[in-house]
Design a protein around this ligand. Structure first.
Ligand SMILES: [Zn+2]
Length: 248
């Protein structure tokens, strides 16, 4: 399978996945339409589907514009039929999606929203706003218990699973601090779970940051995290403990 990373909005990505054999394609979480349409034209692939991990606008904002140009099915959790534009294929845990001859699995991972799903194609995990560079997404609708359960589910995936994360560098740099604090907190269950996840399982994928602040695989951040929590002050990212990226 081919994966094309498409910069969207100010600091996001959509992912175009293409079946090697048939060239059928699907776009995952299109925040906006125009860059996606341009890339589809450039790749000259037939768009078969839009895969939304959840209903937030920065994951679905491009649905309408894309559907105006392409006849594509729209996938999302079945409970989000009223919240995802054009949703035609409501899915749930265990469902299978086929793009050309490429088969993917649906994982139901509520927490960030109540209708959040992830898509797993081969060993590539598209997990929306559930997992970021160093942590989980905010709990807009779900409970900490739901998020923890969802993170545990992701931890059961094979070791060679790569998570195609959305960058949000600034947020995640702050989140690294939160992980540190949460590790000391009785209420940071989900954060501790995500810290264990990112530390122990090394679910990562390469990305570059469009503002040029970093251009390195997530594993590099993982290595920085592995140097341990920092006590405070300005971080130089070089000394142990060098966990925190916050300027405070
Ligand atoms: Zn979201």
């Amino acid at each position: 399978m081919k994966i094309v990373q498409i910069p969207l909005l100010r600091d996001n990505y959509g992912y175009l996945i293409v079946c090697d054999k048939t060239k059928n394609a699907a776009i995952i979480d299109p925040s906006e339409a125009d860059p996606v349409l341009a890339r589809i034209d450039q790749e000259q692939v037939p768009l078969q589907a839009i895969l939304n991990t959840h209903h937030h606008r920065d994951h679905t904002g491009g649905n309408e514009g894309i559907l105006a140009k392409h006849q594509a099915e729209v996938y999302g959790h079945k409970s989000d039929s009223g919240r995802i534009h054009g949703l035609s294929c409501g899915v749930d845990e265990g469902d299978e999606i086929q793009i050309g001859e490429l088969k993917g699995a649906v994982l139901f991972i509520p927490g960030h929203t109540t209708g959040h799903v992830a898509y797993l194609f081969e060993n590539n995990l598209f997990c929306g706003d559930t997992l970021f560079t160093a942590g989980c997404g905010r709990l807009f609708e779900g409970t900490p218990e739901q998020m923890q359960s969802s993170l545990k589910k992701l931890m059961t995936l094979p070791d060679n699973t790569k998570s195609l994360l959305r960058p949000r560098i600034h947020r995640e740099q702050s989140a690294l601090c939160h992980v540190s604090r949460a590790q000391k907190s009785q209420t940071g269950v989900a954060l501790r779970a995500r810290a264990r996840l990112t530390h122990a399982r090394h679910l990562h994928g390469a990305f570059d940051d469009r503002r040029g602040e970093t251009n390195q695989p997530l594993s590099a951040l993982g290595q920085q995290r592995n140097s341990g929590p920092r006590k405070g002050g300005e971080c130089d990212n070089s000394s142990r403990p060098g966990f925190c990226f916050c300027r405070r």
